[in-house]
Ligand binder design. Structure first.
Ligand code: FAD
Length: 323
């Protein structure tokens, strides 16, 4: 049976995050021919509605308010509940991002609905859709289905391909006025600690360094390689603990989960907690001096060697390829 599915578009630095377009592709499978409604919450975000439509949303509902400029659990809950009240969708898709992970369980429990989080694939469509998600830190996958009620889903970035962009698509854009009040937190200022450029959790290429990088300066060649490949720099907890880089770069069980097309691990031993954050990457290249390092067990390509020799060689080769 066709379903009406709502997709929450996620805005960062004035632009929609890629995962919003991937969420529309996921929603299409769930909807099985039904309507896809995009929702945009923020302040000064309505101009992004056409982008959601170009990627497959049939129409978009916006909620704008000065208190929604930055994400707060209270503010976004009030706004999203107003959208759900108006739209009554049968399913809602979020990105499995900090925002999605915070907001989706809160709203799902409010509506006494089930939530399937961190979905990497959807098998089938409509009522027979099965949601595939990693368990046990990525060592196994389970297939889940919600029997009845509104279906809440968060999808892991970089796993479900967005639909082809079609600028000729058109759809209605409407707004809802919500009186955002009783906020327990107000964001006065957002101070970015690290990383300009490519967002680590959505990057197609990640060059990650571990304790083997040895210093803050040791990350420089990794940064150069990442820039050259249009990617982002990541790190193991070993490197973060040693203060070679900021914790915002940490990948793993207690850090970010990434699924890039290419993951280059340099000077990382491959502890189970690190693998939990990157083992589903499409191609893994490991560079390590120790041929017995655990990281080689998950690597598609392994280079036994000193990263300070290997990375400059890779930079040189990629530069030559680009000329
Ligand atoms: P090490 O294990 O010290 O490995 C360094 C590697 O660099 C070695 O294999 C060495 O051979 C190699 N090397 C050294 N010099 C060079 C060189 N010049 N060239 C090439 N290779 C070189 N870790 C995470 O990463 N993410 C997490 O989210 C995370 N969460 C955790 C949660 C818990 C509850 C616990 C207990 C631990 C967690 N850890 C996590 C820590 C994890 O167990 C490891 O301690 C950590 O991943 C090790 O980091 P590392 O591989 O950089 O360091």
């Amino acid at each position: 049976m066709a379903k009406k599915v709502l997709v929450l578009g996620e805005v960062r630095d004035g632009a929609l995050r890629n995962v919003s377009y991937e969420a529309i592709a996921a929603a299409k499978k769930i909807a099985d021919g039904g309507e896809i409604v995009g929702a945009l919450i923020g302040d000064g975000i309505s101009q992004l509605a056409n982008s959601l439509i170009a990627y497959g949303a049939d129409r978009v509902v916006t909620v704008e308010h000065p208190h929604l400029k930055s994400y707060t659990s209270d503010g976004f809950s009030q706004a999203l509940l107003a959208v759900l009240d108006q739209e009554n969708p049968q399913a809602i898709v979020f990105g499995h991002t900090s925002l999605g992970k915070d907001l989706s369980p809160k709203i799902a429990s409010r509506l006494q609905s089930g939530l399937i989080s961190d979905v990497t694939e959807i098998e089938g469509s409509g009522d027979s859709a099965l949601f595939i998600r990693p368990i046990y830190s990525g060592k196994a996958f389970e297939k889940v289905k919600i029997k009845d009620g509104v279906v809440f889903v968060t999808i892991r970035p970089n796993n479900i391909a967005p639909l082809e962009k079609d600028e000729s698509r058109s759809g209605d854009v409407s707004s809802i006025t919500v009186d955002i009040q009783n906020l327990r937190t107000i964001i006065k200022e957002v101070v970015r600690k690290a990383s300009t450029g490519v967002d680590l959790s959505e990057a197609k290429v990640v060059v990650a360094g571990g304790r083997g990088v040895k210093s803050e300066e040791g990350f420089e060649p990794l940064r150069e390689l990442a820039n050259l490949l249009g990617g982002a720099v990541g790190a193991s907890r070993g490197a973060c603990d040693a203060e070679y880089c900021d914790y915002s770069l940490q990948i793993g069980q207690t850090g970010k989960v990434v699924t890039p097309d290419l993951y280059i691990a340099a000077g990382i031993s491959g502890a189970i907690q690190h693998l939990a954050g990157m083992s589903n990457s499409k191609v893994i290249v490991a560079i390590n001096k120790d041929p017995e390092a655990n990281i080689f067990k998950v690597a598609d390509y392994g280079i036994v060697g000193d990263l300070f020799e290997v990375i400059p060689m890779l930079i040189q080769e990629f530069k030559a390829l680009k000329v």
